[in-house]
Design a protein around this ligand. Structure first.
Ligand code: ATP
Ligand code: MG
Length: 436
């Protein structure tokens, strides 16, 4: 036998028994985004390397050590996108979507980072991202956070905490940077190697360190909130008042600085304890300077990205009350019944939108067919054999409870299937609220 090949380290297949959970998540997110008037934008997976250097920042984990960067056949340096915001801004400028306009968009798809693979951390992972352009006020920050909160409700995820902070303006950050360097420099010995390097290049990122040895040092550092100007303070206050008014709970975390350079003012993360170390499932904030930094006209912006794998892991831990098993498994009695069964399957799919019907293929004995029907997870088996065809009926046999097998005419069967689809399935496979 030939040697088998394996997926690239850190890059996973999503097997067919897991995609229903992904669909549940993606569909739920899309319903919420529709309700807020956000439209999807699709960008290429590959961008020029410069885009990420100029947006994410040269002194960040992503650009320093996580990017999949290579020269293509022309010698151009390309990078597999490590995140979506940079490409979204690039596209927005290029397509003329940003200047003097308000845009509310979202995107989804794989992102690539060369990190150490572990639970909740992969080299190819997926994000759903949301971005809003052209609105400078805290009202849109609030909207964006409300979207995230509604998504969790829609998905039935309820053990997430919202952490919030403000990073002020670039000027305010520059002031604070000096204060922070003054605090850290005499304590250089307590810094790890990365942080010592960052003391010169990007000291704020030291606050973002996950190194437990530096926890105390970081906790005692001066905070940015004491160095904010009036306008930044007010922006943040109006946001928190909005959240209070709408009953969205949050914690202000002054250490929340986010791993990317481009944020300003509002930043937030949704975190959980249920996933171990990789507890952030959604992160975002305002990035008013980025559009101009990438060559567009100054445009305020705010957005977030969700880590789909981590959300799927949460859903796996407490499965949502939804059903993706087939409603029906249709069994032709013998080979001579197969054309009629195929016809019936097509007719039901025409007539009952949303029906999930598996047609038994591959022949075999009756016992084997029922075994397969049972294993399919279907709620009911439909049997179309010689007798049924002669009498103009289909036999319907419940597979998930002890109910009786009974015959239905074509019209009865259609009505029955519509009820199955409309009401969803109860635990016993019967339409909900129907005991007959
Ligand atoms: P972390 O601190 O966990 O490395 P990050 O700050 O690098 O996260 P962002 O760039 O803000 O992450 O990406 C947004 C979200 O995407 C994260 O909150 C997380 O849920 C998810 N994410 C980021 N990197 C990975 C990865 N390598 N594998 C799986 N999910 C990821
Ligand atoms: Mg990271």
């Amino acid at each position: 036998m030939a040697k088998t090949l394996q997926a690239v380290r850190g890059m996973r297949d999503i097997p067919p028994d897991q995609t229903p959970l992904w669909h549940f998540l993606e569909n739920g997110v899309k319903r919420v985004l529709d309700a807020y008037g956000y439209r999807e934008i699709r960008m290429p997976l590959l961008e020029s390397t410069d885009l990420f250097k100029r947006s994410i920042g040269e002194v960040t984990d992503i650009v320093e050590k996580e990017m999949y960067t290579f020269a293509d056949r022309n010698g151009d340096s390309l990078t597999l996108r490590p995140e979506g915001t940079a490409g979204c801004v690039r596209a927005g400028i290029e397509l003329g979507l940003l200047h003097n306009q308000v845009q509310r968009v979202w995107y989804q798809g794989p992102m690539f980072r060369h990190e150490r693979p572990q639970k909740g951390r992969f080299r190819q992972f997926h994000q759903i991202g949301v971005e809003s352009y052209g609105l400078p006020g805290p009202d849109i920050d609030l909207e964006v956070i409300l979207i995230t909160a509604r998504i969790w409700r829609e998905l039935g995820i309820n053990d997430l905490q919202l952490q919030l902070n403000t990073l002020g303006t670039p000027q305010e950050r520059a002031e604070y940077r000096k204060v922070l360097v003054d605090y850290l420099s005499p304590r250089k010995e307590a810094l790890d190697e990365d942080s010592r390097r960052r003391l010169e290049s990007n000291p704020l990122r030291i606050l973002d360190s996950k190194n437990p040895d530096m926890e105390e040092l970081i906790a005692a550092a001066p905070t940015l909130s004491d160095h904010l100007g009036e306008a930044s303070r007010e922006h943040f206050q109006r946001l928190t008042q909005g959240l209070d008014g709408l009953g969205v709970a949050y914690t202000v975390n002054p250490r929340l600085v986010r791993g990317l350079d481009y944020y300003s003012r509002t930043v937030f993360e949704w975190v959980t304890r249920a996933l171990g170390a990789q507890g952030t499932v959604c992160a975002g904030g305002r990035y008013d300077g980025l559009v101009e930094q990438l060559g567009g006209r100054a445009t305020p912006a705010v957005g977030f990205a969700m880590g789909v794998e981590r959300l799927v892991a949460l859903l796996e831990a407490s499965p949502p009350g939804y059903h993706e098993d087939p409603h029906l498994y249709l069994i032709p009695g013998g080979a001579e019944d197969e054309p009629a069964a195929m016809q019936l399957a097509e007719t039901l799919r025409d007539q009952v939108s949303g029906v999930r019907l598996l047609l038994h293929c591959g022949g075999g004995g009756f016992k084997g067919k029922f075994k397969k029907a049972d294993r399919s997870g279907a709620a009911h088996a439909l049997i179309l054999g010689e007798r049924e065809r002669a009498e103009g009926v289909v036999a319907v046999k419940p597979l998930r409870d002890a109910g009786e097998q009974r015959d239905m005419t074509a019209a009865e069967l259609t009505a029955f299937c519509r009820r199955l689809v409309k009401d969803g399935l109860a635990e016993n496979g019967q339409p909900k609220g129907n005991n007959g």
